[in-house]
Unconditional design. Structure first.
Length: 258
């Protein structure tokens, strides 16, 4: 199993913290945010990880060199369009890595280890999208509509009365799913405005063809780190994880710099 982490962005909504460091390198505890993701993936048996870089790429490359070891292959893949494109372009840049089963995740999602374990244990499907549910959703949530475990639509502008969950930015591609996704990404990138699209717009298209299932991670803990208030939420999660001795050490070390 392989993984692709999309970490090309600067994280401007976290300025001034990201004025010199990309968001994925912000210190969280005694390690950068992306180090926790890599450790969680490796603990789940994923030992071949590509990281799509952009802003601050040399700094990310240096970190990956220090984290890599014989049992863990870390490969930076530079996206030269990071300043003008959204993450669909990052997927296009990394498309050569999509020849077999892989996990795709955003570089700013912090989750407990059971989240990825639940995804890997989910029923077989070409594409599986992890979702969570809550009482209400805001304009920035990547909202989903599903039925019977099948994804019907995904996007930020779905009508509130149709929404029954949100994507947490963690997907699994199995069987012919990698080929489906790569082909869809390549086709989408021929369209004029594609560089400004999220890759989940491609998932939305594939969902309409019946290729995508959802995996609920309700009851498990995670947070997306986009804004300063998200760091407050992360701090609260870490305090809880610190008190839960069964949690992996990588989660218990997160609090110091938040």
């Amino acid at each position: 199993m392989k993984a692709i982490i999309l970490s090309a962005g600067q994280g401007k909504r976290l300025l001034p913290l990201t004025s010199e460091l990309p968001k994925c390198l912000l210190p969280v505890g005694d390690k950068p945010l992306i180090a926790w993701q890599i450790e969680a993936l490796h603990a789940a048996g994923i030992d071949d990880i590509a990281v799509v870089t952009g802003f601050g790429a040399r700094q990310v490359d240096q970190l990956l060199c220090t984290l890599g070891r014989p049992a863990l292959r870390l490969t930076p893949v530079f996206n030269p369009f990071y300043a003008v494109a959204d993450n669909l372009a990052s997927c296009w840049i990394a498309r050569e890595r999509m020849g077999e089963d892989f996990v795709l995740l955003n570089g700013d999602t912090l989750f407990e280890s059971q989240v990825i374990e639940r995804l890997l244990d989910s029923p077989p499907a070409p594409i599986s999208v992890t979702i969570d549910r809550k009482p209400a959703y805001d304009a920035d949530d990547m909202k989903v509509r599903s039925r019977g475990g099948r994804l019907l639509e995904i996007g930020k502008t779905l009508p509130p009365d149709l929404v029954d969950g949100e994507s947490i930015g963690l997907l699994l591609f199995r069987g012919h799913g990698p080929k489906l996704f790569r082909r869809a990404v390549e086709e989408a990138m021929t369209e004029g405005e594609a560089v400004r699209w999220w890759y989940l717009s491609v998932i939305d298209r594939l969902a309409r063809e019946g290729q995508v299932l959802v995996t609920s991670i309700e009851g498990l803990e995670w947070t997306e780190v986009d804004y300063l208030p998200d760091l407050v939420r992360a701090r609260a999660l870490v305090r809880h994880w610190n008190g839960a001795h069964a949690r992996p050490a990588c989660h218990r070390a997160l609090a110091a710099s938040l």
